[in-house]
Design a protein around this ligand. Sequence first.
Ligand code: GLA
Length: 338
Amino acid sequence: MNKSLKDAFGNSCKIGAAVNRYLLEQKEAVDIIRRHFNSITPENSMKFGPIHPKEDQFNWEESDFIADFARENNIEMRGHVMVWHNQNPPWLFLEGNESASKSILFKRLEDHIASVTKRYGDIVASWDVLNEAIDVDNGDENGFRLSDWYKICGKEVYEFAFKRMREACPKVKLVYNDYNNESGPKMDASIRFLSGLLDAGIPVDRVGIQGHWYYNFPDEKTLRNAIERYSSLGLEIELTEVDISVYQWSEAREKAQFFSTAPEDRKEQQSQRYREIFAAACEYPCVKNITTWGIADNYTWLDNFPVKERKNWPLLFDEQYREKPVVADIISAAEKNS
Ligand code: GLA
């Protein structure tokens, strides 16, 4: 049998997939994970709302299931996510009917971090401490998203989260994760933010470039430039949520295209994007993890985003869980390099 993705990359770069309980109950999905992946990210279950729905109640069930699968199969986990503007429980930002105070919110975050890291600190190798804090279009003058976290606490709460995480799980790599941060004004704002954190001695180890990309974006130069800029700050890099849409962003917004199968030329360009992404991991030792947001095209959030009920084929395995040809290309390129 040919080598697998994880064997081709060895320890230098972990190969991951986002999973949920449903996927881990599909034999075909589990076979692929065991063969090709050595990292998994819970798609939703470790987010604040799902895992901590009431102040005095945690819902560990799905995350425990995923963590046990990882432990049993000698696979590491990516923790996802501590501080984010989305999928939060209603109680978090309230004190009675009023907005919670800054001190209460810090305390709640501290307690949440303590509980969640205690349960999964053994199996999580890197953790998205902060997700999507930058919004250059609708944020404040410094480019910060006007999230509830930020409106109540300012950016101090981001620094606090990294510091508490370092104390709670000193061996875990701490990640700032975002989308669209591989180019343009958002990359500039991210670099400013991260440099500021590092200058202030805040423990950030890695930047997560989500990688919800398109068959025609990013080109190789853009990707390499992003890796070089972030690594020049001394950060390691993870590509945390990769999927390559067969639509363009403009088609997505205008709903101009609905394919019933992926067009051949776009499939080829998608393969090229995947080859370039994995080649970057071979070339740059600072790239420590590449995770796809799902496993196979039969289950992808892009079937409902940004257009509801529009089929997409963004992953490395097809709707029947068969390897796409690009997987063999990636493996043989990595082997030549090793
Ligand atoms: C963001 C989040 C992920 C997920 C995707 C959409 O990228 O980080 O957890 O919710 O959006 O599926």
